[in-house]
Design a protein around this ligand. Structure first.
Ligand code: NAI
Length: 427
């Protein structure tokens, strides 16, 4: 059953829901010059004719534009969510109404519903997969290995998904080529840094209606996402404390002016905790025991395992919804520790979560789209395993964006190129 049938069974006016989703998509499209340019190319050339693309991504307006862009290129596309709380039902319904697209994403499904929707996508027998977190790739390898021979390849959006795929590749278990979209400069330097920084902070502020100024914000992980969260929080006049396990990252945070502390100490000082590690058990029982009354706990990493909610539940004498998207866990001594969006990635899973700004996702999805085109055109050139996105594809997307922004830039002269390529020149 597609999302249209499932969602609209519970609403009075399904057509109004579809129209609202379509309006959100149209707004996003206005601000996605890269996808607009690729849509024109794909609509004219139909590069994906005959392909079936299976996708598991956050189903909201920007992703919907990527899905529609691939469908306009001639593909049949089946899509579902990659997180039970990040789907926008109106967008999912609007997407389901697009020609050649079936959406199975519904917000708030339980684990069974989540995996059933992934199965529904796999039933379409995809020839290309596009993932955010690699759940679709795993499911195909574990449950449907018979499909692997007919899969040309896939593309993975996020850090955690790429980590999982590399681990699979190292074990010789990844059986088709996957592009590490996350690792390109056009994705990681903008989406992870600015996108996560801006959208995590705005989702927390809107969910709680609280200010950043003067707060102590503890950022766990100083990778791409953590760096963005730390700099945007400092820009809102918060005091930022960074927790890291990697010595060079800890040093980088220190040299960039942040306090660096072990979580055991930061736990006593923080007003707001934001995890961005891609790891598990970053905030656990001993930290909860040391925290002040009223702290906010939010996660911006891919999975909901960074804040150990089982530990928190064990310590709590009561838990209740304090606001939409905020659950208070009350301790025996009366302290209240407030978890946002069930510890799932806050910028997408909070009730007000809209995900990254549109312009940022235009870049990330531009890379996704050219990777799918590359797989269709040159898939045979890639063996099973994780592949870097070819640099010229990344540059192509950057050039489209610069042209759309009316930004002109320099190019190397022949003499400069020769100089840069030679080792004989010196003093
Ligand atoms: P990254 O690998 O650049 O950074 C992660 C950092 O966390 C590393 O520096 C690592 O040393 C540190 N770390 C690991 N375990 C730790 C621990 N126990 N305590 C403190 N620090 C620890 O990864 P990136 O790109 O920053 O992504 C982080 C997570 O965010 C991933 O799960 C990724 O999938 C997710 N992500 C979320 C987005 C969102 O929209 N919320 C967008 C992009 C990525």
């Amino acid at each position: 059953m597609s999302s249209y049938e499932r969602v609209t069974a519970h609403v009075d006016d399904p057509e109004a829901l579809r129209e609202e989703g379509r309006r959100k998509m149209d707004w996003a499209l206005q601000h996605m010059p890269i996808c607009r340019s690729l849509r024109e190319e794909f609509a004219a050339e139909k590069p994906f004719e005959g392909e079936t693309i299976g996708m598991a991504m956050h189903v909201e307006a920007k992703t919907a534009i990527l899905v529609e862009t691939l469908a306009l290129g001639g593909a049949e596309v089946a899509v579902t969510g990659c997180n039970p709380l990040s789907t926008h039902d109106d967008v999912s319904v609007a997407l389901d109404a697009v020609d050649n697209v079936t959406s199975y994403a519904v917000r708030g499904v339980d684990d069974d519903g989540y995996y059933a929707a992934i199965e529904s996508v796999i039933d379409h027998e995809p020839t290309i997969t596009v993932d955010d977190g690699a759940d679709m790739v795993f499911r195909i390898h574990q449950e449907h290995p018979e499909l692997i021979d007919s899969i040309v390849g896939g593309a993975e959006e996020t850090t955690t998904g790429v980590h999982r795929l590399r681990a699979m590749d190292d074990d010789g278990e990844l059986k088709y080529p996957m592009f590490a979209v996350n690792d390109t400069p056009m994705k990681r330097l903008f989406d992870n840094v600015h996108g996560t920084g801006e959208s995590a902070l705005s989702a927390i502020a809107m969910t709680t209606n609280l200010s950043w100024a003067g707060k102590t914000v503890v950022v766990a992980g100083y990778g791409y996402c953590g760096k963005g969260v730390a700099s945007k929080a400092a820009g809102q006049d918060a005091n930022v404390v960074v927790c890291e396990v990697e010595p060079r990252k800890a040093l980088e945070a220190h040299m960039e002016g942040y306090d660096v502390l072990p979580m055991a100490e930061a736990a006593e000082e923080g007003d707001v905790f934001i995890t961005t590690t891609g790891n598990k058990d970053v905030i656990t029982r001993e930290h909860f025991e040391a925290m002040q009354d009223g702290v906010l706990l939010a996660n911006a990493g891919h999975f909901d395992v960074e804040i150990n909610l089982d530990d928190l539940d064990d310590l709590a004498v009561d838990r209740y919804e304090a606001r939409d998207g905020v659950e208070s866990f009350e301790m025996a001594d009366g302290r209240r520790l407030n978890v946002l969006a069930e510890g799932r990635l806050v910028n997408l899973a909070a009730p007000v979560g809209l995900g990254h700004p549109v312009e940022v996702m235009d870049q990330s999805f531009g890379i996704q789209a050219v990777c799918v085109r590359e797989l269709v055109e040159n898939g045979d050139a890639y063996d099973a395993g994780v592949h870097e996105v070819p640099d010229e594809l990344d540059k192509e997307v950057a050039e489209v964006k610069l042209a759309a922004e009316d930004v002109e830039f320099d190019s190397l002269s022949d003499e400069q190129r020769e100089y840069m390529d030679s080792w004989q020149h010196g003093t």
